[in-house]
Design a protein around this ligand. Structure first.
Ligand code: PXL
Length: 273
């Protein structure tokens, strides 16, 4: 049996809903062996981010090297990278190991508004990381920053996707979760030739913490297995939809989603008590 492997280079969310915790849970659900290189630790719960503690560039490099020198990976994703120094170090390692199945989730701001990427790091992300990306998965506010334009409708989203493609990214997915345009949610994929709309129904809830990380983690796991980018977007949309639909009611703020819902369906609460 050959086992598929995926690596997440991202921050820790102590609350377990986003960051590497979301990534590793998602990899596991999809039968992919998960590995991680931590970039920063956040002290966080459903009410917000209470502290951000970046790791040293050396610590990030060493973790990636440890994997590159021994285990290798079939695909990787980047999440919270925090600083331009960490971005440059991560890009260098991706080049060193010639990793090509690279999913970049350009994490910038947490749900409550806390910054997970320093302002000056945006330029580094555009310069050194986007050209290495097989796929980038921004939400609309992130796409606005990276493409340097306002996105008011689907036409604008297509223009932003084209701009990001021309910045060197092979496939651009601009997710539709952050617009209120009715019952239909459209995740837009642009591969340099065609636009594909991957549709699902919108669910109204405040419990969406970690959906961006989870979406990119599904894509990474599916790409690790050899699925196409379009298939990966379809699975990611279905996985996140199930995770939101069957949420867990944990915490008093923006709650996490249910990472086992896609595979296992709803858990009957407290059935063992
Ligand atoms: O969802 C973005 C995100 C990514 N990574 C970490 C986070 C968050 C959101 O809070 O905490 C570590």
């Amino acid at each position: 049996m050959t086992v598929c492997k995926a690596l997440t280079i991202a921050g820790s969310d102590s609350g377990g809903g986003a960051g590497i915790q979301a990534d590793l849970k998602t990899f596991q659900e999809l039968n992919v062996y998960g590995m991680s290189a931590l970039t920063a630790v956040t002290a966080q719960n459903t009410l917000g981010v209470h502290g951000v503690y970046p790791l040293s560039v050396e610590a990030v490099e060493k973790q990636i090297e440890a994997i590159g020198e021994d285990m290798g990976t079939d695909a990787l994703k980047t999440g919270m990278l925090f600083s331009s120094e960490i971005i440059r170090a991560v890009a260098k390692q991706i080049e060193k190991y010639r990793w090509e199945k690279v999913v970049v989730d350009p994490v910038m701001i947490a749900k409550g508004g806390a910054s997970l990427l320093q302002e000056e790091a945006i330029q580094a992300m555009k310069e050194v990381l986007l050209p290495l990306a097989m796929v980038i998965t921004p939400n609309i506010p992130e796409a606005e920053v990276l493409a340097d334009m306002n996105i008011r409708n689907l036409e604008d989203r297509k223009i932003a996707a084209e701009k990001l493609y021309h910045a060197g990214v092979k496939n651009v997915v601009i997710k539709g979760g952050h617009v209120n345009d009715g019952d239909e949610l459209i995740n837009l994929l642009f591969d340099g030739n065609d636009f594909t709309y991957v549709k699902s129904s919108r669910i109204s809830t405040k419990n969406t913490h970690g959906t961006g990380c989870t979406f990119a983690a599904v894509m990474t796991a599916e790409i690790a297995k050899g699925q196409t980018v379009q298939q990966a977007v379809e699975t990611a949309s279905a996985f996140v939809h199930a995770a939101i639909e069957q949420d867990l009611h944990i915490g008093n703020g923006h709650g996490p989603t249910n990472h086992w819902a896609f595979k296992q369906g709803p858990l009957h609460e407290k059935e063992h008590q």
